[in-house]
Design a protein around this ligand. Structure first.
Ligand code: GRF
Length: 202
């Protein structure tokens, strides 16, 4: 299964996917990395892994539809079948999602539906929750609103600051995202009629 990974920043989740794909027998490979930020460290990670990458700056396009059209073109010509958002800081609309229907994943550093959007870990600390975590979900046009596939939970400790909680969650992200990619790549998990369907394994 050919993956396209969309990034805007550090790319530690991209790294987790690259590392998983390098394991023998893993049912997916990263065919293309796309960044909307030319300085994203994720691009270095792609290069180091020998994976093709491209920068598409959303600002360079006249409209969101034009940006998404270019994005789709790059991904399709690389043979991408599934798209993983990994710290990609743009919302995707129907132009994009229509083309990759039911095949776009995102990871978010909260136990959705709590704490959508930016600074989810800070929101969790401010709200005083005692557990936090991360979520991998199918992408719909909303912000962190699509059907949930899997979650991982971590404790929130009384001594936590934003950096400590972020690091604890990120460790789980790096475990969870490759796991979910494996499930979708083998067909064990899929989206049907807006719902997540799980088939029993062999
Ligand atoms: C992660 O916390 C991810 O859940 C969120 O953005 C962050 C990206 O980190 N969507 P990285 O670029 O993968 O290191």
């Amino acid at each position: 299964t050919k993956l396209g990974v969309l990034v805007s920043g550090s790319g530690s989740n991209l790294q987790a996917l690259l590392d998983a794909c390098a394991q023998p027998g893993f049912p997916a490979e990263v065919a293309l990395v796309v960044s909307n930020v030319p300085t994203a460290f994720a691009l270095e990670r792609a290069k180091k892994a020998g994976v093709a990458s491209v920068v598409l700056e959303h600002k360079a396009f006249g409209s969101r539809a034009d940006f998404e059209k270019a994005l789709v073109e790059k991904l399709v010509s690389a043979g991408v079948e599934w798209v993983c958002l990994a710290g990609f800081m743009r919302l995707l609309g129907v132009d994009f999602l229509g083309r990759f229907e039911g095949r776009v994943l995102n990871i978010h550093p909260s136990l959705l539906p709590a704490f959508t959007g930016l600074h989810a870990q800070r929101q969790a600390l401010e709200r005083g929750v005692k557990v936090a975590g991360c979520t991998v979900h199918f992408v719909d046009p909303g912000m962190d609103t699509g059907p949930i596939i899997a979650q991982a939970v971590v404790p929130v400790l009384p001594t936590d600051d934003e950096a400590a909680l972020t690091a604890r969650i990120l460790k789980e992200e790096h475990r969870l995202y490759p796991l979910v990619v494996k499930l979708v790549a083998t067909g064990a998990v899929r989206l049907e009629g807006g719902r997540v369907v799980t088939s029993a394994g062999p």
